[in-house]
Design a binder for this molecule. Structure first.
Ligand SMILES: Nc1ncnc2c1ncn2[C@@H]1O[C@H](COP(=O)(O)OP(=O)(O)OP(=O)(O)O)[C@@H](O)[C@H]1O
Ligand SMILES: [Mg+2]
Length: 320
């Protein structure tokens, strides 16, 4: 079965002019400065590329290209197991793209391939035209299994990336404090991971990844293990951060409403072997507010239509 194509003749993932216009306005406003710990030195809390205004004239360019990727795993019984089959997908800069699909359809495998943690059996994944051959600081994973350093405080965890990149301690600290505040953890800088709740750890993990300024965030069900209330709060926080900073995000989730709420595009996968079933444009205005969206018939229709696709997959026996 050939993967369905969108209107541009490929699984081309982009976002609309409206988004870029809004992001220009929001980015231009968001130039925070932070005081270093001595209370005297004032340094830029974030590098200039974070606040580069984006105009509606700027063409969206592809940042990630996944070209006919297949992944075959050897099982312990020495049988071939096709996890992904012939996946082609282009993701444009600053787009928020969610991947939805039944359990076992290959969502994590696809993210690991883009992260450079898995080399595909055939086909290629590229970042800015360069073949992905391993992990790199341009792609920041926020995976549940990537635990925080238990021996470091919240601040120590967040500072780790910038320090590794050679940023001076005072500057790294100022940047990290700004990020910790941004993810709502001001006051917890000196706590250790074991002293934090699950949702707080996820916030630290997000801040730690943001701290080394990856161009692409790779998020694999980052809120999957959280209670509904914390999940909603973190979705709102992530959306606020993203609407301000406009990183490219590839976000795996099982939740249809989470995908519709956050995304410019939703990639629907089908199982056995994992293929792209459909790419859906989420044409809802930004900035998005949950209370408004829940009442918006367009949002409701996206959710119902995508849930119906899941049901059809079940009936066709291709979902879990
Ligand atoms: N290292 C591996 N060795 C063998 N098979 C694997 C390996 N990793 C994944 N698989 C298989 O590949 C398929 C896709 O797995 P993957 O973890 O990507 O699915 P997923 O869509 O992320 O599922 P979930 O939603 O449950 O997280 C599954 O059938 C899984 O059993
Ligand atoms: Mg998974």
């Amino acid at each position: 079965m050939k993967a369905p194509q969108n209107g541009r003749g490929s699984n081309d993932v982009s976002h609309g002019c409206e988004n870029r216009r809004l992001s220009g306005r929001l980015l231009a406003k968001s130039v925070p400065y932070a005081k270093a710990s001595d209370g005297m030195t004032v340094v830029s809390a974030r590098p200039s590329e974070w606040v580069r205004p984006v105009t509606s004239k700027e063409p969206a360019s592809a940042i990630i290209e996944i070209d006919r990727v297949s992944q075959v795993f050897q099982t312990s019984a020495r049988r071939d197991h096709v996890a992904l089959s012939d996946i082609s997908l282009t993701i444009e800069e600053r787009a928020f793209v969610s991947i939805l699909g039944p359990s076992g359809c290959g969502k994590s495998t696809l993210l690991y391939i883009v992260g450079g943690f898995v080399t595909p059996t055939s086909g290629a994944a590229k970042m800015k035209g360069q073949a992905i051959t391993g992990p790199g600081p341009d792609r920041g994973p926020v995976f549940q299994e990537f635990a925080l350093f238990p021996w470091k405080t919240v601040l120590g965890n967040v500072m780790y990336g910038p320090r590794q990149q050679g940023v001076r301690a005072t500057e790294a600290e100022a940047q990290s404090l700004a990020l910790i505040e941004m993810v709502g953890l001001k006051g917890y800088e000196n706590f250790y991971p074991k002293e934090l709740s699950g949702g707080m750890k996820q916030r630290v993990a997000l801040a730690r990844t943001l701290a080394y300024h990856p161009e692409v965030l790779l998020m694999d069900e980052p809120f999957g293990a959280l209670d509904a209330h914390t999940r909603t709060r973190l979705q709102n926080d992530l959306l606020n951060i993203w609407e301000r900073d406009r990183k490219t995000v590839l976000f795996v989730t099982h939740s249809v409403d989470e995908a519709v709420f956050l995304s410019d595009k939703v990639v629907m996968m089908s199982k056995s072997p994992g293929r792209i079933r459909e790419v859906i444009d989420i044409d809802l205005p930004r900035p998005r507010r949950r209370s408004e969206l829940l009442l918006d018939p367009r949002y409701q229709k996206y959710v119902v239509d995508i849930e119906r696709m899941f049901d059809e997959s079940d009936e066709a026996g291709i979902a879990s």
